[in-house]
Design a protein around this ligand. Structure first.
Ligand code: ATP
Ligand code: MG
Length: 130
């Protein structure tokens, strides 16, 4: 999955001039294909939002794999938002629903002028059965 992600984020850097820092800790072995796809789609939606809305210079994508779970973080140093004012579109709704399929919990932290951090916490991760 990491090579695919690197390729994807490199493309964003080139096309949009947004720096994307990719950090992965503790990933051992292979993940289940459908879980991998879920993570990929979540990152796509989140980074699309950063490109479209944040006016950020830097996005950080961090995956911390634990014995059982995975913490996923996507943060940016952009303009942030007033969480009470935004209209949730298909992006955030989709992220929430995809996370939910794997019992992941999504939280969004942001303040105007303070950037945005999206966290998804998976309590268990699905590993490939082969
Ligand atoms: N990284 C971000 N920085 C600043 N604002 C954001 C960020 N991500 C989301 N937003 C705000 O949250 C709103 C909802 O995001 P969401 O992805 O759900 O919908 P959208 O991007 O507007 O449309 P779409 O349905 O195409 O995804 C956005 O319109 C934007 O105002
Ligand atoms: Mg969106």
């Amino acid at each position: 999955m990491l090579p695919t992600l690197r390729w994807y984020t490199k493309g964003i850097e080139i096309r949009y001039g947004l720096r994307v820092k990719l950090i992965s800790r503790g990933l051992k072995g292979k993940l289940d294909q459908s879980f991998e796809t879920t993570i990929y789609r979540i990152l796509q939606e989140a980074l699309t939002n950063v490109v479209r809305h944040a006016q950020a210079n830097l996005a950080v994508v961090k995956g911390t794999f634990r014995k059982r779970g995975l913490d996923l973080l996507i943060s940016d140093d952009g303009k942030g938002m007033d969480l009470g004012q935004i209209r949730q579109g298909t992006g955030l709704t989709g992220i929430h629903e995809r996370a939910h399929l794997f019992a992941g919990k999504m939280t969004l932290e942001s303040q105007v002028g303070e950037g945005t951090t999206l966290r998804i916490k998976f309590q268990t991760i699905t590993e490939a059965s082969t």
